[in-house]
Design a protein around this ligand. Structure first.
Ligand code: NAD
Length: 350
Protein backbone atom coordinates (compact mmCIF):
# COMPACT_ATOMS: atom_id res chain seq x y z
CA UNK A 1 0.00 0.00 0.00
CA UNK A 2 1.42 3.35 -1.06
CA UNK A 3 0.14 6.19 1.07
CA UNK A 4 -0.03 9.49 -0.80
CA UNK A 5 -0.69 12.86 0.81
CA UNK A 6 -2.64 14.90 -1.73
CA UNK A 7 -2.42 18.68 -1.33
CA UNK A 8 -4.43 20.42 -4.08
CA UNK A 9 -3.61 23.95 -2.86
CA UNK A 10 -4.79 27.14 -4.54
CA UNK A 11 -5.84 28.58 -7.91
CA UNK A 12 -5.79 25.89 -10.59
CA UNK A 13 -4.36 23.41 -8.03
CA UNK A 14 -7.65 21.59 -7.28
CA UNK A 15 -8.55 21.29 -11.01
CA UNK A 16 -5.19 19.89 -12.13
CA UNK A 17 -5.03 17.55 -9.14
CA UNK A 18 -8.56 16.27 -9.86
CA UNK A 19 -7.45 15.61 -13.44
CA UNK A 20 -4.31 13.80 -12.37
CA UNK A 21 -6.33 11.70 -9.92
CA UNK A 22 -8.40 10.36 -12.83
CA UNK A 23 -5.13 9.24 -14.41
CA UNK A 24 -3.64 7.75 -11.27
CA UNK A 25 -6.81 5.79 -10.55
CA UNK A 26 -6.62 4.32 -14.05
CA UNK A 27 -2.94 3.44 -13.52
CA UNK A 28 -3.79 1.76 -10.22
CA UNK A 29 -6.43 -0.34 -11.96
CA UNK A 30 -4.32 -1.30 -15.00
CA UNK A 31 -1.09 -2.02 -13.11
CA UNK A 32 -2.63 -3.34 -9.89
CA UNK A 33 -0.98 -0.74 -7.66
CA UNK A 34 -2.52 -0.28 -4.24
CA UNK A 35 -2.66 3.43 -3.34
CA UNK A 36 -4.37 5.15 -0.45
CA UNK A 37 -4.95 8.89 -0.87
CA UNK A 38 -5.25 11.32 2.02
CA UNK A 39 -6.18 14.93 1.30
CA UNK A 40 -4.67 17.78 3.29
CA UNK A 41 -4.95 21.55 3.38
CA UNK A 42 -1.98 23.52 2.19
CA UNK A 43 -1.18 27.00 0.91
CA UNK A 44 -3.59 29.95 0.89
CA UNK A 45 -6.65 27.79 1.51
CA UNK A 46 -4.96 26.38 4.61
CA UNK A 47 -4.11 29.89 5.80
CA UNK A 48 -7.75 30.93 5.39
CA UNK A 49 -8.96 27.88 7.33
CA UNK A 50 -6.38 27.75 10.11
CA UNK A 51 -4.06 30.77 9.98
CA UNK A 52 -1.08 28.80 8.65
CA UNK A 53 -0.12 27.82 5.08
CA UNK A 54 1.37 24.58 6.41
CA UNK A 55 -0.78 23.54 9.39
CA UNK A 56 0.40 21.02 11.93
CA UNK A 57 -2.19 18.50 10.77
CA UNK A 58 -0.80 18.64 7.21
CA UNK A 59 2.77 18.36 8.51
CA UNK A 60 1.81 15.16 10.37
CA UNK A 61 0.05 13.82 7.27
CA UNK A 62 3.02 14.35 4.93
CA UNK A 63 5.55 12.92 7.37
CA UNK A 64 3.41 9.83 7.72
CA UNK A 65 3.09 9.27 3.93
CA UNK A 66 5.16 7.58 1.21
CA UNK A 67 4.82 10.49 -1.19
CA UNK A 68 3.34 13.97 -1.40
CA UNK A 69 1.41 15.02 -4.45
CA UNK A 70 0.96 18.78 -4.67
CA UNK A 71 -1.05 21.04 -7.00
CA UNK A 72 0.08 24.64 -6.65
CA UNK A 73 -0.10 27.44 -4.13
CA UNK A 74 -0.44 31.20 -4.00
CA UNK A 75 -2.63 33.95 -5.31
CA UNK A 76 -3.08 37.72 -5.14
CA UNK A 77 -5.40 37.55 -2.12
CA UNK A 78 -2.46 36.31 0.01
CA UNK A 79 0.26 38.54 -1.48
CA UNK A 80 0.11 41.15 1.27
CA UNK A 81 0.43 38.73 4.17
CA UNK A 82 3.54 38.70 6.30
CA UNK A 83 6.24 36.73 4.42
CA UNK A 84 6.14 33.83 6.90
CA UNK A 85 2.38 33.38 6.43
CA UNK A 86 2.34 33.47 2.63
CA UNK A 87 1.48 30.22 0.80
CA UNK A 88 4.94 30.16 -0.84
CA UNK A 89 6.56 30.06 2.64
CA UNK A 90 4.53 26.93 3.30
CA UNK A 91 6.16 25.40 0.24
CA UNK A 92 9.68 26.14 1.50
CA UNK A 93 8.76 24.77 4.93
CA UNK A 94 7.28 21.64 3.34
CA UNK A 95 10.40 20.93 1.27
CA UNK A 96 12.61 21.60 4.28
CA UNK A 97 10.62 19.39 6.63
CA UNK A 98 10.97 16.52 4.13
CA UNK A 99 14.72 17.06 3.64
CA UNK A 100 14.41 17.17 -0.16
CA UNK A 101 17.86 17.99 -1.51
CA UNK A 102 17.38 16.94 -5.13
CA UNK A 103 15.07 18.69 -7.53
CA UNK A 104 14.56 16.80 -10.72
CA UNK A 105 13.05 18.50 -13.76
CA UNK A 106 12.62 16.70 -17.04
CA UNK A 107 12.39 19.06 -20.03
CA UNK A 108 11.16 17.48 -23.20
CA UNK A 109 10.39 18.96 -26.59
CA UNK A 110 7.17 17.80 -28.21
CA UNK A 111 7.27 18.35 -32.00
CA UNK A 112 3.57 19.07 -31.92
CA UNK A 113 4.25 22.24 -29.98
CA UNK A 114 6.46 23.67 -32.71
CA UNK A 115 4.37 26.84 -32.96
CA UNK A 116 4.89 27.47 -29.22
CA UNK A 117 8.68 27.66 -29.13
CA UNK A 118 11.07 30.35 -30.27
CA UNK A 119 13.40 28.00 -32.17
CA UNK A 120 13.33 27.33 -35.92
CA UNK A 121 11.24 24.29 -36.97
CA UNK A 122 13.17 21.05 -36.51
CA UNK A 123 15.85 22.61 -34.30
CA UNK A 124 14.63 20.99 -31.09
CA UNK A 125 13.64 17.61 -32.50
CA UNK A 126 14.53 14.91 -29.98
CA UNK A 127 15.50 17.28 -27.14
CA UNK A 128 14.89 15.43 -23.87
CA UNK A 129 16.86 16.67 -20.87
CA UNK A 130 16.75 15.85 -17.16
CA UNK A 131 18.09 18.52 -14.83
CA UNK A 132 19.18 17.64 -11.29
CA UNK A 133 19.31 20.78 -9.18
CA UNK A 134 20.75 20.73 -5.65
CA UNK A 135 17.95 22.12 -3.50
CA UNK A 136 19.05 22.66 0.09
CA UNK A 137 22.53 24.19 -0.09
CA UNK A 138 24.44 27.00 -1.77
CA UNK A 139 23.72 30.72 -1.70
CA UNK A 140 20.03 30.41 -0.83
CA UNK A 141 20.80 28.72 2.47
CA UNK A 142 24.25 30.16 3.32
CA UNK A 143 24.92 32.85 5.88
CA UNK A 144 23.61 36.20 4.73
CA UNK A 145 23.46 39.64 6.17
CA UNK A 146 24.02 43.35 5.99
CA UNK A 147 27.07 45.41 6.87
CA UNK A 148 27.16 49.19 7.38
CA UNK A 149 27.24 49.86 3.67
CA UNK A 150 26.66 46.53 1.99
CA UNK A 151 25.21 43.03 2.07
CA UNK A 152 26.52 39.50 1.61
CA UNK A 153 25.33 35.97 0.81
CA UNK A 154 27.55 32.97 1.33
CA UNK A 155 27.80 29.92 -0.91
CA UNK A 156 28.98 26.86 0.91
CA UNK A 157 28.79 23.16 0.12
CA UNK A 158 30.05 20.08 1.89
CA UNK A 159 31.48 17.15 -0.05
CA UNK A 160 28.55 15.02 1.12
CA UNK A 161 25.93 17.52 -0.12
CA UNK A 162 27.50 17.47 -3.57
CA UNK A 163 28.10 13.72 -3.61
CA UNK A 164 24.51 12.68 -2.91
CA UNK A 165 23.10 14.98 -5.60
CA UNK A 166 25.69 14.14 -8.24
CA UNK A 167 25.32 10.42 -7.64
CA UNK A 168 21.62 10.60 -8.52
CA UNK A 169 22.58 12.21 -11.82
CA UNK A 170 25.10 9.45 -12.57
CA UNK A 171 22.56 6.74 -11.72
CA UNK A 172 20.12 8.13 -14.28
CA UNK A 173 22.81 8.94 -16.88
CA UNK A 174 23.90 5.31 -16.74
CA UNK A 175 20.37 4.18 -17.58
CA UNK A 176 20.03 6.74 -20.40
CA UNK A 177 22.69 7.94 -22.84
CA UNK A 178 25.65 7.60 -20.45
CA UNK A 179 26.49 11.29 -20.79
CA UNK A 180 26.40 13.70 -17.88
CA UNK A 181 26.94 17.45 -18.03
CA UNK A 182 28.12 18.98 -14.79
CA UNK A 183 27.63 22.74 -14.64
CA UNK A 184 29.65 25.00 -12.38
CA UNK A 185 31.80 28.11 -12.31
CA UNK A 186 35.08 26.44 -11.39
CA UNK A 187 37.13 29.22 -12.96
CA UNK A 188 36.14 31.55 -10.10
CA UNK A 189 34.30 29.70 -7.31
CA UNK A 190 35.97 27.45 -4.75
CA UNK A 191 32.70 25.56 -4.17
CA UNK A 192 32.69 24.80 -7.91
CA UNK A 193 36.24 23.45 -7.73
CA UNK A 194 35.09 21.13 -4.94
CA UNK A 195 32.06 20.26 -7.09
CA UNK A 196 34.37 19.13 -9.92
CA UNK A 197 36.50 17.05 -7.54
CA UNK A 198 33.41 15.27 -6.24
CA UNK A 199 32.06 14.69 -9.76
CA UNK A 200 35.40 13.06 -10.67
CA UNK A 201 35.19 10.90 -7.53
CA UNK A 202 31.64 9.72 -8.28
CA UNK A 203 32.62 9.15 -11.92
CA UNK A 204 35.01 6.40 -10.71
CA UNK A 205 31.93 4.52 -9.48
CA UNK A 206 30.19 5.00 -12.85
CA UNK A 207 33.14 4.76 -15.29
CA UNK A 208 30.93 4.13 -18.32
CA UNK A 209 29.34 7.58 -17.96
CA UNK A 210 31.12 10.30 -19.93
CA UNK A 211 31.32 13.59 -18.05
CA UNK A 212 31.37 17.01 -19.69
CA UNK A 213 32.12 20.01 -17.46
CA UNK A 214 30.66 23.36 -18.50
CA UNK A 215 30.84 26.79 -16.93
CA UNK A 216 27.37 28.06 -16.15
CA UNK A 217 27.60 31.06 -18.47
CA UNK A 218 28.53 28.82 -21.38
CA UNK A 219 25.82 26.31 -20.36
CA UNK A 220 23.19 29.06 -20.63
CA UNK A 221 24.38 29.79 -24.16
CA UNK A 222 24.62 26.11 -25.14
CA UNK A 223 21.05 25.48 -23.97
CA UNK A 224 19.95 27.96 -26.61
CA UNK A 225 22.31 27.24 -29.50
CA UNK A 226 22.76 23.48 -29.12
CA UNK A 227 20.28 21.98 -26.63
CA UNK A 228 20.49 18.56 -28.29
CA UNK A 229 23.91 17.90 -26.75
CA UNK A 230 22.38 17.63 -23.24
CA UNK A 231 20.84 14.56 -21.67
CA UNK A 232 21.42 14.59 -17.89
CA UNK A 233 22.59 17.78 -16.15
CA UNK A 234 23.75 18.13 -12.54
CA UNK A 235 24.25 21.51 -10.95
CA UNK A 236 24.14 23.50 -7.72
CA UNK A 237 21.12 25.31 -6.34
CA UNK A 238 21.25 28.80 -7.86
CA UNK A 239 22.61 27.70 -11.25
CA UNK A 240 19.91 25.03 -11.40
CA UNK A 241 17.20 27.50 -10.48
CA UNK A 242 18.12 29.75 -13.38
CA UNK A 243 18.97 27.10 -15.96
CA UNK A 244 15.87 25.00 -15.34
CA UNK A 245 13.63 28.01 -16.03
CA UNK A 246 15.66 28.80 -19.11
CA UNK A 247 15.34 25.21 -20.30
CA UNK A 248 11.60 25.38 -19.68
CA UNK A 249 11.29 27.47 -22.84
CA UNK A 250 12.01 24.24 -24.75
CA UNK A 251 8.80 22.62 -23.52
CA UNK A 252 6.53 25.23 -25.12
CA UNK A 253 4.40 25.90 -22.02
CA UNK A 254 4.74 25.92 -18.26
CA UNK A 255 1.82 23.51 -18.33
CA UNK A 256 4.10 20.78 -19.73
CA UNK A 257 6.78 20.75 -17.00
CA UNK A 258 6.63 18.19 -14.19
CA UNK A 259 9.00 18.02 -11.22
CA UNK A 260 10.05 15.73 -8.43
CA UNK A 261 11.86 16.73 -5.27
CA UNK A 262 13.74 13.75 -3.92
CA UNK A 263 16.09 12.76 -1.17
CA UNK A 264 13.97 12.40 1.92
CA UNK A 265 12.01 9.43 3.17
CA UNK A 266 8.97 11.08 1.59
CA UNK A 267 9.38 12.61 -1.85
CA UNK A 268 7.34 15.42 -3.37
CA UNK A 269 5.80 15.56 -6.84
CA UNK A 270 4.33 18.74 -8.32
CA UNK A 271 4.07 20.65 -11.59
CA UNK A 272 6.74 23.34 -12.05
CA UNK A 273 4.23 26.11 -12.60
CA UNK A 274 2.28 28.21 -10.12
CA UNK A 275 -1.41 28.54 -9.32
CA UNK A 276 -2.28 30.53 -12.49
CA UNK A 277 -4.96 32.69 -10.81
CA UNK A 278 -5.78 34.26 -14.19
CA UNK A 279 -7.40 31.01 -15.40
CA UNK A 280 -8.39 29.36 -12.10
CA UNK A 281 -11.83 27.73 -11.97
CA UNK A 282 -12.35 27.96 -15.75
CA UNK A 283 -11.41 24.41 -16.77
CA UNK A 284 -8.66 25.89 -18.95
CA UNK A 285 -5.51 24.76 -17.11
CA UNK A 286 -3.24 22.25 -18.77
CA UNK A 287 -3.07 19.21 -16.44
CA UNK A 288 -0.15 17.57 -18.30
CA UNK A 289 2.65 18.87 -16.02
CA UNK A 290 0.73 17.44 -13.06
CA UNK A 291 0.03 14.17 -14.83
CA UNK A 292 3.70 13.83 -15.80
CA UNK A 293 4.57 14.46 -12.14
CA UNK A 294 2.47 11.36 -11.38
CA UNK A 295 4.70 9.47 -13.84
CA UNK A 296 7.70 10.60 -11.77
CA UNK A 297 5.99 9.35 -8.61
CA UNK A 298 5.44 5.98 -10.27
CA UNK A 299 9.11 5.90 -11.27
CA UNK A 300 10.76 7.12 -8.07
CA UNK A 301 8.39 6.25 -5.22
CA UNK A 302 6.65 3.18 -6.66
CA UNK A 303 9.72 1.97 -8.65
CA UNK A 304 7.30 0.99 -11.40
CA UNK A 305 8.97 2.00 -14.65
CA UNK A 306 6.31 0.31 -16.80
CA UNK A 307 3.53 2.33 -15.22
CA UNK A 308 5.59 5.56 -15.46
CA UNK A 309 6.21 5.00 -19.16
CA UNK A 310 2.56 4.12 -19.75
CA UNK A 311 1.55 7.56 -18.46
CA UNK A 312 4.21 9.30 -20.57
CA UNK A 313 3.17 7.37 -23.67
CA UNK A 314 -0.50 8.17 -23.04
CA UNK A 315 0.38 11.90 -22.98
CA UNK A 316 2.31 11.51 -26.27
CA UNK A 317 -0.62 9.68 -27.80
CA UNK A 318 -3.24 12.26 -26.87
CA UNK A 319 -1.06 15.13 -28.11
CA UNK A 320 -0.35 13.25 -31.33
CA UNK A 321 -4.11 12.84 -31.83
CA UNK A 322 -4.30 16.64 -31.97
CA UNK A 323 -5.86 17.39 -28.58
CA UNK A 324 -4.58 20.44 -26.71
CA UNK A 325 -5.48 22.79 -23.91
CA UNK A 326 -5.45 26.48 -24.85
CA UNK A 327 -1.84 27.13 -23.76
CA UNK A 328 -0.43 24.55 -26.19
CA UNK A 329 -2.98 24.77 -28.99
CA UNK A 330 -1.83 25.34 -32.56
CA UNK A 331 -4.01 26.27 -35.54
CA UNK A 332 -5.06 22.63 -36.15
CA UNK A 333 -5.61 21.58 -32.52
CA UNK A 334 -8.79 20.18 -31.05
CA UNK A 335 -9.03 22.36 -27.94
CA UNK A 336 -10.20 20.64 -24.76
CA UNK A 337 -10.50 21.65 -21.11
CA UNK A 338 -8.59 20.38 -18.08
CA UNK A 339 -11.06 17.63 -17.29
CA UNK A 340 -11.38 16.29 -20.82
CA UNK A 341 -7.61 16.32 -21.35
CA UNK A 342 -7.13 14.26 -18.18
CA UNK A 343 -9.85 11.81 -19.22
CA UNK A 344 -8.36 11.40 -22.69
CA UNK A 345 -4.97 10.61 -21.15
CA UNK A 346 -6.46 8.19 -18.62
CA UNK A 347 -8.36 6.40 -21.39
CA UNK A 348 -5.12 5.99 -23.36
CA UNK A 349 -3.41 4.05 -20.60
CA UNK A 350 -3.23 0.33 -21.18
P1 NAD B 1 2.11 30.83 -12.86
O1 NAD B 1 2.99 29.69 -13.19
O2 NAD B 1 0.99 30.57 -11.94
O3 NAD B 1 1.49 31.45 -14.21
C1 NAD B 1 2.28 32.06 -15.23
C2 NAD B 1 1.48 32.03 -16.55
O4 NAD B 1 1.43 30.70 -17.03
C3 NAD B 1 0.02 32.48 -16.38
O5 NAD B 1 -0.39 33.17 -17.53
C4 NAD B 1 -0.75 31.17 -16.28
O6 NAD B 1 -2.07 31.25 -16.74
C5 NAD B 1 0.10 30.23 -17.15
N1 NAD B 1 0.03 28.86 -16.65
C6 NAD B 1 0.66 28.34 -15.58
N2 NAD B 1 0.34 27.05 -15.43
C7 NAD B 1 -0.50 26.75 -16.43
C8 NAD B 1 -1.18 25.56 -16.81
N3 NAD B 1 -1.07 24.42 -16.12
N4 NAD B 1 -1.97 25.60 -17.91
C9 NAD B 1 -2.11 26.73 -18.62
N5 NAD B 1 -1.49 27.88 -18.32
C10 NAD B 1 -0.69 27.89 -17.23
O7 NAD B 1 3.07 31.98 -12.29
P2 NAD B 1 2.69 33.41 -11.64
O8 NAD B 1 1.52 34.00 -12.36
O9 NAD B 1 3.96 34.13 -11.57
O10 NAD B 1 2.27 33.06 -10.16
C11 NAD B 1 0.91 32.88 -9.71
C12 NAD B 1 0.92 32.44 -8.26
O11 NAD B 1 1.54 31.15 -8.17
C13 NAD B 1 1.75 33.36 -7.36
O12 NAD B 1 1.05 33.49 -6.15
C14 NAD B 1 3.06 32.62 -7.19
O13 NAD B 1 3.71 32.95 -5.99
C15 NAD B 1 2.58 31.18 -7.18
N6 NAD B 1 3.60 30.17 -7.56
C16 NAD B 1 3.47 28.96 -6.97
C17 NAD B 1 4.35 27.93 -7.33
C18 NAD B 1 4.13 26.57 -6.72
O14 NAD B 1 3.06 26.31 -6.19
N7 NAD B 1 5.10 25.68 -6.79
C19 NAD B 1 5.32 28.15 -8.29
C20 NAD B 1 5.39 29.41 -8.91
C21 NAD B 1 4.51 30.43 -8.55
Amino acid sequence: MIKVAVLPGDGIGPEIVDGAMVVINKVAEVFGIDFSFHYGQFGGVAYDASGSPFPEETRKLVLDSDAVFLGSVGGPQWDNLDRTLRPESGLLALRKSLGLYCNLRPVKYYNLLESKVIWKPGYLDGVDIVIFRELTGGAYFGEKGRTDDGAYDTISYTREEIYRLVERGFELAQKRKKVLHSIDKANVLETSRLWREVVAEVNQKYPDVKVEHLYVDNAALQLVINPKQFDVIVTENMFGDILSDQAASIAGSLGMLPSASLGGKVNLYEPSHGSAPDIAGEDKANPIATILSIALMLRFTCSNEHAAQAVEKAVDKVLAAGYATGDIAGPESKIVGTKEMAELIANSIN
